[in-house]
Design a protein around this ligand. Structure first.
Ligand code: GRF
Length: 206
């Protein structure tokens, strides 16, 4: 197998997707290794999960910086120190600048709890219910400067049930997220996802 790609996971909160990525990357044939969990919040529960799993952790608290450039400069320095090749945003609640995003173009993924391009932004499960959609779900996409946009890598649809509320629907979507994100990272780390900037194509396993 080729060298495992060194991957950082950026979080702000509970880190359940991060935990799913760490668990998947324990498999010896997984093409990425989780080399760093980085949070912009020192009290993110995910940091404890990462440390317990033996993953290096770091906090870059956006509040102490004069501005976004300085904040992102510190993050980039840490990513360099840890020789990071791929980034997974997993519940990371800061908007990244176009220059940071461009620097990581094609090497930074995000997971979003809806079938994009529907329901960008927050409260996706409540908004899906209010819109009356019958299918909801989750998306892993390459990060583009526009929020919750960028070429879609993979999606999983979840049926909306008559008796769903935002919590029950969100729980079923989250379960799918935990399978989808590792699958997406494996494809990208193995170099099997090509994109023209709008669409992606998955190439067969060599
Ligand atoms: C997930 O629903 C993810 O799709 C969204 O933020 C949430 C993060 O949850 N981007 P967790 O921190 O991974 O548990």
């Amino acid at each position: 197998m080729t060298k495992r790609r060194r991957t950082a996971i950026l979080i702000s909160g509970r880190g359940s997707n991060m935990a799913a990525l760490i668990a998947a990357a324990r498999a010896p044939d997984f093409p990425a290794e989780i080399a760093l969990a980085l949070s912009n919040k020192s009290d993110a529960a995910g940091l404890t999960l990462a440390a317990r799993a033996g993953v290096a952790t770091a906090v870059v608290d956006h509040k102490i910086y004069a501005g976004r450039d300085e904040f992102e400069g510190s993050m980039q320095a840490l990513l360099d120190i840890h020789r990071i090749e791929l980034i997974c945003l997993a519940g990371f609640m800061r908007v990244l600048s176009a220059s940071f995003v461009t620097r990581w173009q094609g090497r930074m993924l995000n997971i979003h709890p809806s079938l994009l391009p529907a329901f960008r932004g927050l409260d996706t499960h409540a908004r899906a219910l209010a819109a009356g959609v019958k299918l909801h779900g989750c998306t892993v996409h390459f990060v583009a400067p526009e929020l919750d946009a960028g070429p879609i890598v993979v999606q999983t649809a979840v049926e909306v049930r008559d008796d769903d509320d935002a919590a029950s629907l969100g729980a079923r979507v989250l379960e799918q997220e935990h399978a989808l994100y590792p699958a997406a990272l494996a494809l990208v780390a193995a170099g099997r996802v090509v994109t023209d900037g709008a669409r992606t194509r998955i190439i067969a396993d060599r």
